[in-house]
Design a protein around this ligand. Structure first.
Ligand code: FAD
Length: 470
């Protein structure tokens, strides 16, 4: 006897919502996909197509063996992703990146969902909390969630729970910081809650280095806010280059103040300015530059921040930015299955969970869809292993980030997929002849081991959690 399942409701037909709806439907569960366009548009969308790409047409690197974005592509393909299948079908030449014909891509996603017997597409804005009779809902309304729904969500999460702008400081891979120049110490050795008194990495600048750094900040290429974004500067969240414009000494009295710290490499000389980095993830592989939110262009950021002693060879897991966005304080509010702890019938997916990027948004949609479908079917499903790109991203969003209490923007900021989110390897890579590798060869070999581990662990997870239907 076939049982009639009540539908899961997905709100938002963007990258995440379209993928979530597809995964649910493919699992045999009915789904209603609510999309407000064209009845109501956002400030960035121009069409009524599902999964519209609002800016670039690139899904970034498609190299699954040495790039974390390429790896997440490969993992999503293994899980029958509609976003990846439509992207692959509408690829345009872009070297090792996957770029797509944006209209062909969006049309393909829209047509596939419209043709699926388990999918109903309902056009119209959801203007408040979903009705109580919707017992399983995925909210995937993105960075430009309509104000009425955002207000309703904020009512559930509290003022601090949902932010309307991000203020992203660059994040550096710990193993690329030169600790022969930098050192661990908290200001005045204060331990603070959960701290040790040596929680920050400090990079010292002498007067000439500081002046050159300020000159570079002032001259660096900046990105402008889009008209609809406004200028969201608020206290404690000024971009570094704007602080520099306010006076050459402003940074020395702000995030670069050289007080309460002694350089053990040169204890008798007081640094003129100090850049601090704070641990960003529980694994201790990533450190963020405290107070360094910025609107500098990416290329300029890498060049200018590598002028800082200790960061000359820095590898950036994430560069800085400030954008109009709508995203939850997910590590606090969501459980490991992307459910709102305060109201578990509501799941969240996509950029609103604090991931960043088309592909990452779709990846979180994929997981939310799988989790919701399994729940509806009464099946247990474990989260993907932390060693996979999907699991690493999920883990960061729902708990891996370390929350800190410094002044300024809140510490959980949007995150793209990167190797710093993965648990370290349990052995160092070796050359074929057994010799130790160094430099670039070692970096590439490490990435290859991380991606091979991820794909094999994902296969194991699929076998255990998603047995083929007989
Ligand atoms: C201006 C801008 C440019 C960006 N550029 C890039 C880029 O170049 N590359 C990149 O990788 N990422 C980019 N991003 C970041 C991000 O990856 C994309 O915004 C991505 O589309 C997010 O996916 P999503 O599914 O979470 O949200 P979206 O794709 O925005 O989908 C959300 C959907 O929900 C609908 N919706 C909103 N509120 C409601 C409601 N109340 N009821 C019903 N429907 C609703 C919207 O109409 C939309 O279709 C950009 C973001 C912005 C804002």
């Amino acid at each position: 006897m076939t049982q009639t399942l009540s539908p899961i409701h997905v709100i938002g037909g963007g990258l995440a919502g379209s993928e979530a709806a597809w995964q649910i439907a493919e699992a045999g569960v009915p789904v209603v996909l609510h999309e407000m366009r064209p009845e109501r548009m956002t400030d960035a969308h121009k069409t009524q197509g599902l999964a519209e790409l609002v800016c670039s047409n690139s899904f970034r690197s498609d190299d699954a063996s040495t790039n974390a974005v390429g790896l997440i592509h490969a993992e999503m393909r293994k899980l029958g992703s509609l976003i990846m299948a439509s992207g692959d079908a509408h690829q345009v030449p872009a070297g090792s990146a996957l770029a797509v014909d944006r209209d062909g891509f969006s049309d393909a996603v829209t047509a596939a969902l419209a043709a699926h017997p388990k999918v109903t597409i309902a056009r119209g804005e959801i203007t408040g909390l979903p009705p109580a009779e919707w017992d399983s809902v995925i909210i995937a309304t993105g960075p430009l969630t309509s104000p009425a729904l955002a207000d309703a969500v904020r009512g559930l999460t509290g003022e601090d729970g949902l932010a309307f702008f991000d203020a992203i400081a660059p994040i550096v891979h710990f193993d690329s910081i030169d600790m022969s120049k930098a050192w661990f110490q908290s200001r005045y050795d204060k331990a603070g809650p959960g701290g040790t008194g040596a929680d920050y990495i400090n990079c010292p600048l002498d007067r000439d280095q500081y002046e050159a750094f300020i000159d570079a900040l002032l001259a660096g290429d900046k990105t402008e806010f889009k008209e609809f974004e406004g200028t969201p500067y608020f206290d404690g969240c000024l971009p570094v280059e704007v602080m520099a414009e306010r006076g050459r000494e402003t940074l020395r009295h702000g995030p670069m103040k050289p007080v309460g710290l002694t350089n053990p490499h040169n204890p008798t000389v007081k640094p003129y300015g100090i850049v601090q980095l704070r641990q960003d993830n529980a694994l201790g592989t990533l450190y963020n530059m405290v107070g360094f939110q910025t609107k500098l262009k990416y290329g300029a950021q890498a060049d200018i921040f590598r002028m800082i002693p200790g960061l000359e060879q820095a590898v950036f897991a994430r560069l800085g930015g400030i954008h109009r966005n709508t995203y939850l304080n997910s590590p606090k509010l969501l459980d490991g299955g992307l459910r709102l702890k305060a109201q578990p019938r509501l799941r969240f997916a996509g950029q609103i969970t604090g991931c960043e990027g088309y592909v990452e948004s779709a990846a979180v949609g994929l997981m939310a869809g799988r989790f919701a479908a399994a729940e509806r079917l009464g099946k247990d499903i474990a989260p993907p292993p932390a060693t996979t790109a999907l699991g690493a991203l999920l883990g960061h969003i729902t708990g891996g980030h370390i929350v800190t209490i410094d002044a300024g923007p809140r510490s959980f900021q949007p995150m793209n997929i990167n190797f710093g989110l993965f648990p370290p390897l349990d052995r160092a890579p070796k050359a074929e002849d057994g010799k130790r590798l160094r430099g670039k060869d070692k970096t590439i070999a490490k990435k290859k081991m991380l991606t091979a581990r991820a794909l094999s662990d994902l296969d194991g997870w699929i076998e255990r959690n998603l047995p083929p239907q007989i």
